[in-house]
Each structure stands twice: as structure tokens, then as C-alpha cells.
Ligand binder design. Sequence first.
Ligand code: FES
Length: 159
Amino acid sequence: MNKQDKNTTENESNADIKVPRRSVLEFLLSFSASAVVLSIIYPVVKYLIPPKSREPVTNFVKAAKVGDLKPNSGLIFRFGNEPGILIDTPQGELKAFTAVCTHLGCTVQYRSDLQHIWCACHNGHYDLNGINIAGPPPRPLEEYDVQVKGDEIFAQKRQ
Ligand code: FES
């Protein structure tokens, strides 16, 4: 084998080695680019499609104990992952509603001076049937059924 033949053989073997290196680099580059794109798209998709609530659907909860409320007063209780409001009316009747205002979702409260439900966020008013009577709320509050069992007061979603 002369010197020229040896160089030709070396060049051919170098060319053989370059092709796999290039492929590896292209693969790594495309893998990195894909990872960057996925790291941008994944949070956007997760934001747009939030996971379903893992909290079980609640239809019946203990709202208070008998004696926790005086006539003409209200009490906020937890109804699943939302607040509810239990009211002992001036006439001594127990009533329960969702405490989520139908305007923009603030928590309503009972105003003993007005003897009705009030939302402090934008001065929304509801009567003791949950009907929106003044201010911006567009709909009535959802009313719950109230049951007294022993010394406990329960609120139940209407079917
Ligand atoms: S959120 Fe209740 S009145 Fe606006």
C-alpha cells in the first residue's frame, strides 16, 4: 500500500465516522427543541384544562348545632368547597342558602339591622327567600333544605 492509498483509506474512514456524529448531534438538537416546545405547551394546556375537583360532590352537610344561632342572626358554614349561610329569621325559622353572591361570587352575610342577606362587595341585597331585591346580583341565591336532627342542623341541596 502506497502513501496515497493510505490517505484515501483514512479519509474514507473519517467520512464514515462523521455521518454518525452528525446524526447524533441532529438527534440531540431536535430532542432539545422538542423538550423546549413541550415545556412551553404543557403548562398552557394544563392551565386551559384544569383538573377536575377531587372533592366529592356534597349534597348534605352539618351546618351548625342547635343553639349556635339566635333569632335574627346568620352563620356561614362550609358546604363542600363553597360557603353556605344559615339564617335564623326574626320569626324563628331556619333557612339556608349558598353564600356565594350571584353577581361576582363574593360571600354574602346576614344583616340583622336590615333583616335580610347582603353582599358587601357591590351592595347587593337578597330577601329571606334568597330573591335578589336590590343592587347588581342578577339571580336569586340557591336555597337549601334545612333539617334539624337531635341537636344538629343540616343543610341539603334541593333535588
Ligand atoms: S359580588 Fe355581590 S354584589 Fe357584587
